[in-house]
Design a protein around this ligand. Structure first.
Ligand SMILES: Cc1cc2nc3c(=O)[nH]c(=O)nc-3n(C[C@H](O)[C@H](O)[C@H](O)COP(=O)(O)OP(=O)(O)OC[C@H]3O[C@@H](n4cnc5c(N)ncnc54)[C@H](O)[C@@H]3O)c2cc1C
Length: 437
């Protein structure tokens, strides 16, 4: 199916592109036909990337390529087409006692999108990224040729494609190695921390925890700056494997953006922090990993102009001090981030454009405005100066010079794209902004 004249954007609703042509092929030969046309295209899964990485004048939507190919409940090896969502995979595997080795904070992403962004979860410090658990994958190159790639078969293509933002070729299917679980519950331990220093110490003290993530109050200043609620998680050993099916609550329309202002955010943060208490409890796996999936279309809460999600990572050395500097700049800007999340990262992997490096990563949501753009462009320079980088799957603004300085493997990445015939075949609004061929 071909749909011309479409308006598309990432999950943040900014930037918005009008008049895109969206192709939704049903088969590999349909994909080949689209690639044979003399204009570049960008693969797109569920469009859960926030900025413009899955946005282009010509978009190849993969969500019709969504079949299971093979699942072995004995070994936990699963092969699925790239348009299959993690939600559908979970429905199949959890009742058999298997779970995803790495999962982002929403189940509404495709396998292809998870690989192309090399997504991480709450367990990066122990399990690395999603693509580190990909045994192999099939891809369609710009020429239409289908190849199989893995860390041992065409490894240069594999490491360029994992985290390669759809710019090396179209991922068709992937084989994942799952992890065994004995229940659909997570034992969650909540620890309150009164400051940034305290929460970072807590991350270090609990480095052996399988999962860890902290909600952080970005509006608190002074002594309380960075006060947080750290949530640790372990798979519960026992209990059933049934996952309760619940319909998400739907946000029907864009709410007035003024509802989210500094005052309401400050009130929310104060209430959230006050309500939290140190405790350990068992929670459903889906609500632990995907709390936002319970609110369908939550991005509309930011109003019609949309929002930008900004995620950066700072190296561990001086990471806490540098994070405090950035929180101070945000507080001084007078802009608030409604939802702010802090995680600790383990070591970087070999993928050329993969985001994580050992250190701390902070994720912030800013309502779209001219002053937010100004702040984020300023923060880009500060983060780069501290040896950090911005996550490409969230980015809508980064300048070419910042990208090239903070992702030094871009040169090798471009060589690989030339070698495998991706140049002129795969491009996005983001790749053009970042100065990729
Ligand atoms: C609520 C929420 C929570 C999130 N939490 C996390 C998190 O904890 N950790 C994290 O790392 N990310 C997180 N994300 C980001 C999300 O996981 C990534 O943006 C993911 O790539 C989105 O997958 P998608 O299928 O929607 O891909 P899209 O947004 O459609 O595309 C993303 C990129 O993948 C490429 N791509 C998609 N399909 C293919 C394919 N078949 N072949 C080649 N390239 C392809 C696109 O070209 C694009 O560059 C979150 C997003 C949301 C909305």
């Amino acid at each position: 199916m071909t749909m011309p004249g479409q308006t598309i954007s990432g999950w943040g609703g900014y930037p918005r592109l009008v008049d895109a042509t969206v192709f939704s092929p049903l088969s590999q030969s349909g994909c080949r036909d689209i690639l044979s046309q003399a204009a570049c295209v960008i693969p797109r899964g569920m469009g859960r990337s926030y900025g413009d990485s899955a946005t282009a004048d010509r978009v190849l939507q993969t969500t019709c390529l969504d079949h299971f190919v093979e699942f072995d409940p004995q070994t936990g090896l699963l092969t699925a087409e790239a348009g299959m969502t993690l939600r559908e995979i979970l429905k199949l595997i959890v009742p058999h006692g298997w779970f995803l080795p790495v999962t982002p904070g929403t189940s509404l992403v495709t396998v292809g999108g998870a690989i192309a962004s090399d997504v991480h979860g709450k367990n990066h410090h122990v399990s690395g990224t999603f693509s580190q658990h990909v045994v192999s994958m099939t891809m369609m190159l710009g020429s239409g040729e289908v190849v199989t790639t893995s860390s041992t078969q065409l490894p240069d293509l594999f490491h360029a494609t994992c985290g390669g933002m759809g710019l090396t070729g179209l991922i068709l299917s992937a084989t994942l190695r799952l992890i065994p679980v004995t229940s659909a519950m997570i034992t969650q331990t909540t620890i309150k921390a009164g400051s940034l220093e305290e929460v970072c110490e807590s991350f270090e003290a609990h480095a052996q925890s399988t999962y860890s993530v902290a909600w952080i109050d970005c509006l608190a200043t002074g002594r309380r700056m960075g006060r947080s609620v750290l949530m640790l998680g372990e798979h519960f050993d026992g209990g059933g494997l049934e996952q309760p099916a619940r319909d998400p609550v739907r946000v029907p329309f864009h709410t007035p953006a003024c509802l989210l202002n500094r005052m309401t955010m400050r009130a929310f943060n104060a209430a959230y922090f006050a309500k939290a208490s140190d405790n350990t409890t068992n929670v459903e796996l889906l609500s632990y990993f995907y709390p936002l999936d319970a609110l369908d279309g939550w991005n509309k809460l930011y109003g019609k102009a949309g929002f930008m999600q900004y995620q950066f990572v700072l190296p561990k050395t001086d990471g806490v001090k540098n994070m405090r500097t950035i929180l101070t700049l945000i507080a001084q800007s007078g802009l608030g981030s409604f939802l702010s999340v802090l995680k600790a990262f383990g070591l970087a992997n070999q993928n050329l454009l993969s985001f994580p490096i050992a250190g701390y990563t902070l994720t912030l949501d800013f309502k779209m405005s001219a002053s937010a753009i100004e702040l984020l462009q300023r923060l880009d320079d500060v983060v780069a100066g501290m040896g950090g980088r911005i996550y490409l799957t969230k980015d809508a603004l980064m300048r070419e010079s910042t990208f090239k300085a903070t992702y030094p493997n871009w040169v090798q990445f471009e060589e690989l794209r030339h070698k495998y015939g991706a140049v002129g075949r795969f491009c996005s609004k983001q790749s053009k902004r970042l100065g990729l061929a």
